[in-house]
Design a protein around this ligand. Structure first.
Ligand code: ZN
Length: 487
């Protein structure tokens, strides 16, 4: 279940109102926001209550804690009575807050409006509320943009990282440019010439992987990075930026080009006319674990790759969050482990038969039991809100208790979904299932990729892959482990 928090802070006007005897502001705000959470069914796990007054983040310890947690992507959203409670004061603070929410895609939820930084229109509104009162910010921004524009007009490269093929250099003060990194530049030229030879991004990526050439930050090329390289005018010596309204604004850069302007232009023209199908040069299914093998760490599907320096096909997780956490395996080793799991399952069926047991897999109406439990938990949650409103519970007790109940609700909802999936596929009898498993085990090795994939789908819903340690000469065993969800 997604988690939310509340941030409470008095404004100067609130403090003055309190001095006139208008009651305690923060608990009133807290009740207002808890009411909002109840209505929108938001799971509140923490309340940040600022007791010190002061505008800048530096003197607001709760705000600092909140920002650190928002940056860590702890919350789906933060509830405040109005957006200005988050930042008022000097412009740098407002920038820091806006950036933290934007970078972590954290929503800001107020009683009148929910601000979603992922929604472009909303972001404008967010910046509007936060910044428009501060004229200096606009002036600074305009001055900064003017400075950047002047710098680009002079041919400087002002991006934060150098594109593949280049390194950033700063040969004299105020000159920011690029120098060619020969080994990578060669790959860039290869990418452009392969594209002009009629190959798509997908083909180019797999060719480079086959050749053992890696991009800068990940071990394997993916088609989107190839497309990016094919579209970047830096490679023909230009600097500038894309604008929404007038297309590209480009200037001649101070850096040396890697490819000629003619080649760059002909690639851009070819892209406009090339059919999209070019990206799929190979329609034949080669990864027979397609829609079967998933990474336990991140949940994504594993990909099949030819690894040049091992001479083998590997199954690996290409996602950044798994870099260094999930390690690839030889496809052979995965095949062996899968067949072992199927054989184990088959043997356990045979054992059941010998013992004359009935089908253990048949269960009473599990779903009804779970649904009843879910109903009870939901009722309990609304009861907790009542206890809070009646002030039987203080806010910390409420958060602690509701956290436990919310967790249980999520788990129960997940089990119901899982059961519903099972219901859709009628279960085979043990005999039928055993015959089918035997057939798959016998046929698997000699089948082609399409047939292998079909065989796997006939027995297995999903296979979860875990492997965290690289093989080395000193280690004889791999820590590859699979957890198989059978149909
Ligand atoms: Zn992964």
């Amino acid at each position: 279940m997604k988690e939310y928090c509340i941030y409470l802070r008095k404004s100067r006007a609130d403090a003055e109102a309190e001095a006139r005897g208008e009651g305690e502001t923060l608990s009133r705000h807290r009740n207002m926001l808890m009411e909002l959470a109840k209505k929108q069914e938001l799971n509140i796990v923490r309340i940040y209550k600022e007791i010190v007054s002061g505008d800048s983040i530096a003197v607001r310890p709760q705000m600092q804690a909140l920002l650190a947690d928002v940056t860590d992507k702890k919350y789906a959203g933060v509830l405040v009575v109005e957006i200005e409670r988050l930042a008022r004061g000097d412009t740098i603070d407002q920038g820091v807050v806006a950036q933290a929410f934007r970078d972590s895609s954290t929503k800001i939820i107020t009683p009148t409006k929910t601000y979603d930084p992922d929604n472009e229109f909303d972001e404008e509104y967010f910046e509007f509320s936060l910044f428009m009162s501060r004229r200096e910010y606009k002036t600074i921004k305009r001055r900064m943009q003017a400075g950047r524009l002047a710098s680009v007009r002079e041919g400087n490269y002002i991006g934060t990282t150098a594109p593949y093929g280049y390194r950033k250099i700063n040969p004299e003060p105020k000159v920011h440019t690029l120098e060619i990194f020969p080994k990578e530049a060669e790959t860039v030229r290869l990418i452009y010439s392969m594209y002009l030879d009629g190959h798509g991004a997908k083909f180019i990526a797999s060719e480079l992987n086959r050749m053992g050439i890696s991009p800068r930050k990940s071990p394997y090329w993916e088609p989107p990075s190839i497309k990016k390289i094919l579209a970047n005018p830096v490679y023909c010596g230009k600097v500038g930026w894309k604008t929404k309204s007038n297309g590209d604004t480009l200037y001649k850069g101070l850096h040396a080009p890697i490819i000629s302007e003619e080649i760059f232009e002909s690639v851009q023209n070819k892209k406009k006319t090339a059919p999209a199908a070019q990206l799929h040069t190979n329609h034949v299914l080669r990864n027979y674990y397609n829609h079967i093998l998933y990474c336990r760490n991140c949940g994504h599907q594993l990909k099949r790759r030819y690894i040049a320096n091992s001479g083998h096909e590997h199954m690996l997780c290409v996602y950044r969050e798994c870099h260094g956490k999930t390690v690839s395996s030889d496809t052979e080793a995965v095949d062996e482990a899968v067949m072992a799991a199927l054989r184990y399952r088959l043997n356990s069926f045979k054992r059941l038969k010998w013992n004359g047991s009935t089908d253990e897999r048949e269960q009473p109406d599990k779903k009804a039991l779970i649904a009843a439990e879910l109903e009870r938990s939901k009722h309990q949650l609304s009861r907790l809100y009542d206890l809070l409103e009646q002030e039987v519970y203080d806010i910390n007790t409420f958060i602690e208790r509701s956290g436990i109940v919310n967790e249980r609700i999520s788990a129960l909802e997940a089990s119901i979904k899982e059961l519903e999936k099972e219901e859709k596929t009628p279960q085979l009898s043990i005999d039928e299932a055993a015959v089918r498993l035997q057939y798959i085990i016998d046929k698997f090795r000699s089948s082609d990729a399409v047939e292998k994939n079909r065989l796997l789908h006939a027995a297995v819903r999903k296979i979860w892959y875990t492997k965290t340690q690289r093989m080395s000469r000193s280690k004889s065993d791999s820590d590859l482990s699979l957890s198989v969800e059978f149909l």
